[in-house]
Write a protein that binds this ligand. Sequence first.
Ligand code: FAD
Length: 411
Amino acid sequence: MSDVVIVGGGPAGMMAGLLFARAGVAVTVLEKHADFFRDFRGDTVHPSTMEILDQLGLLRRFLGRPHDKLDTARIRVAGAEYTIGDLSHLKTPAPFIAMMPQWDFLDFLRDEAASFPGFHLTMGAPVEAFIEEGGRITGVRLTDDRELRAGKLVIAADGRSSLVRRLGLLDVETLGAPMDVFWFRLPKAHNRGDVLRASVQTGRMVILIDRQTYWQAGFLIAKGTGEIVRARGVEWIRDEVRKAFSDISFPSDSLTKIEDLHLLEVTLDRLIRWHRPGLLAIGDAAHAMSPIGGVGINLAIQDAVAAANILAAPLARGEGVDALLGKVQQRRLFPTRIIQAGQRAAQNAIIGRILGGAPITRAAWPVRMLDRFPLMRRIPGRLIGLGVRRERVRSPLAETQSLDRSSPLPD
Ligand SMILES: Cc1cc2nc3c(=O)[nH]c(=O)nc-3n(C[C@H](O)[C@H](O)[C@H](O)COP(=O)(O)OP(=O)(O)OC[C@H]3O[C@@H](n4cnc5c(N)ncnc54)[C@H](O)[C@@H]3O)c2cc1C
């Protein structure tokens, strides 16, 4: 029997699995999909996450995998380009955002975690219920009726539609979001461009992520208007994207089928209490993040580090941790609140207005100021890159597992 069962193999679940196994705790991660290959995921690995990888001796190996580097944030407003963020000055091992498709990042975490004997990952394992005995959560039941007991703890890392929410095990406080996103691929005519581009015009906001062989596009729409926008047809969206990025030539076979448009409903909320005896929620399961700032993955990773810092050593000694679960929430609530407050402010002041049709004739003054004064760009760069209250790995490395994990990559 595993000491810890983790529901969900996203960034939070995989990092928690790696850290608990590294400390000598037997851990099983259950992921409902058969692989990590999904489009609906962010691609950003921020400097704060790379600090964690550095502390684990994994940074060089991580950077050995294909990725792009982004150290400035630019936005196009009403046809003019503005630079609004600079990460290059950050005093951190990797002062840039590594743009890596999330499935590659999760593959990386899986490969690294697999070298710890206590780590088990089961793919294609959808959990449908928690087992409760004597007022404690003691395990999970899969959709095929198999049951898996957890010796000490179940972690819900199953994202914003988490079972703990759907089954009403933990209450949610909704903060609201004024937008949803159509997420789709566009073929590339040329191979290279800026790795991340954003365009804002009256009534329209579009982002493009360069995924080497194609563009991943995010087309923001006002909340709840997905069907209305779909009814306009793919041609309308294609034309809007063309207008947004008139300097990019998209091949004629770009976005031809309505089924290629995937609607992602944006939510911003958090659990009032992240735990109950035997159960802890982390990552989006505890606090669903808006895509603004692209910080959700990194917050999820920081939660995993905090959970391991507080719980891994007692678990490795065979102790119960129910009394410590509140400490994880206490530690992570402050950064979650600050970042969600920032996302909410940006949503209401900027995105809601743009999608509501407020005329955009030029950039707002903060954007113009950031563009004009390079030193000021370091402030958003620091907030996005390093976040608030970043964690340091303090969970132990079990003695039996102290391989030399910091060996450099061969040239
Ligand atoms: C449109 C959009 C774009 C975004 N872009 C970015 C970005 O660029 N950068 C960024 O940092 N953040 C971004 N975010 C936010 C980010 O995706 C999340 O904050 C982050 O993925 C949270 O990680 P997680 O591990 O907590 O949850 P998730 O990534 O949601 O992972 C949960 C995992 O649990 C699995 N699962 C779910 N239910 C079950 C079950 N019952 N049984 C077993 N497994 C289950 C899922 O398959 C999934 O693998 C974006 C969000 C949206 C909506």
